[in-house]
Design a protein around this ligand. Structure first.
Ligand code: ATP
Ligand code: MG
Length: 363
């Protein structure tokens, strides 16, 4: 079997630390350290419009912002095919055919979709149909490329389960083996599965305005780190590390080398945690350290992004070429899907022959 990697991001804002630890870091690792046949990264603008229908300019601007983030974290256009979802017309066609294999209650049972419906207030105003079916369109994105490896954060697990169900239902119903089952590659540490926001909310998310963006300038980063709310306590009281966002972030990003560079009193995070739990170590110190660690990781990304901002024409060309390649691959899968469903009327003269025979038998 081929190894085909695919992931996508919604162009609803610049990419943030949650994307980095939940998916981008894993994508760069897969790109540099594994064997694969194809690697697609899709900018899911059509999906972004499902809850931003009235704000197309936001989506339009963020297509390039997200592309800049991809290249600045080190995704390599020599190895990765970048593409734009709305330019690949086979995707909505596949979505339409898959929709027949999914019930409405099954769609709305998806816990991620349920959460998002409440978060966006759709439980009060009504859920746009396009939004409710976005997991089906995600199944189209994945299966169009026969992708089997999907590096994502934990919130995407229900989407991948839904995709696998569609694949099985399709192959069973149409007695085919056209579609391929996918599996998630989740981040390697627990905190990165779903990184919380700076406001303590359960998920850092562009739509919740609680993000540390990869492109934040040092002063913005400092402000955000300093604004993280921790439990008030007397300095000498023992510090609590459970659900302490500062330590959640440190566990997600810091390495022993950061202690050597910025906090040599401690060898590693376990030592720092032990000392903090004894009492006497204030949150100000932890914030200073976290800021330095984040600067260490994000500064090179921010610098590369600044250089890339002067190469917009070349970047858009990369996206155009990738989209054209992706479109051809998706068209081929659509062709196979239609054949399996028996709606390939004009491929060769099979349909004509078959129908002639049917009428001949009647006479
Ligand atoms: P939106 O609020 O518009 O949905 P988002 O911040 O949730 O944006 P997406 O584009 O939906 O970002 O997600 C892209 C990828 O990043 C997915 O694989 C998702 O699992 C991962 N991801 C997003 N936020 C986090 C997070 N806080 N922790 C870990 N992974 C995340
Ligand atoms: Mg999301």
């Amino acid at each position: 079997m081929k190894n085909i990697i695919l992931t996508a991001d919604r162009p609803t804002g610049r990419l943030h630390l949650g994307h980095f630890v939940g998916s981008l870091r894993e994508r760069v690792r897969l790109q540099n350290q594994t064997e694969f046949d194809e690697f697609y990264v899709m900018i899911a603008d059509a999906q972004a419009l499902t809850d931003n229908a009235g704000n197309p300019q936001k989506v339009r601007d963020n297509v390039l912002e997200v592309m800049l983030d991809y290249l600045s974290v080190g995704l390599d256009p020599q190895k990765v095919t970048f593409c734009i979802q709305s330019e690949i017309s086979a995707l909505p066609e596949l979505t339409q055919f898959y929709s027949n294999l999914v019930t409405l209650p099954r769609l709305l049972r998806n816990p991620t979709v349920k959460n998002e419906i409440a978060q966006k207030g759709f439980d009060k105003s009504g859920v746009p149909v396009g939004f409710a079916i976005y997991p089906i369109s995600q199944a189209a994105d994945i299966t169009a490329f026969k992708a089997n490896i999907i590096p994502v954060g934990e919130d995407q697990e229900p989407m991948l389960e839904q995709t696998r169900e569609i694949v099985r239902a399709f192959n069973r119903t149409y007695n085919s083996n056209v579609l391929v089952e996918c599996k998630a590659i989740l981040p390697q540490n627990k905190e990165s599965l779903r990184l919380p926001g700076t406001d303590g909310n359960a998920k850092m998310s562009k739509s919740l305005g609680n993000c540390i963006y990869l492109s934040d300038e040092p002063e913005v980063l400092k402000k955000k780190v300093n604004s993280i709310v921790t439990m008030p306590r007397k300095l000498e009281d023992p510090g609590v590390i459970e659900n302490n966002i500062l330590f959640v972030y440190l566990r997600a990003v810091c390495e022993d080398k950061h202690f050597e560079k910025y906090y040599p009193e401690f060898k590693n995070l376990s030592e720092l945690e032990a000392d903090y739990q004894k009492g006497g170590l204030g949150d100000g110190k932890i914030k200073q350290f976290l800021y330095k660690v984040l600067m260490d990781i994000l500064s090179p990304i921010r610098e590369r992004r600044k250089e890339l901002q002067n190469q917009i024409a070349g970047i858009l060309q990369i996206l155009r070429n990738g989209t054209s390649k992706a479109s051809q691959v998706a068209n081929q899968t659509l062709h196979e899907v239609k054949s399996a469903m028996g709606i390939d009327y004009y491929s060769g003269n099979k349909y004509e022959e078959e129908q002639k025979k049917r009428f001949a038998n009647k006479n």
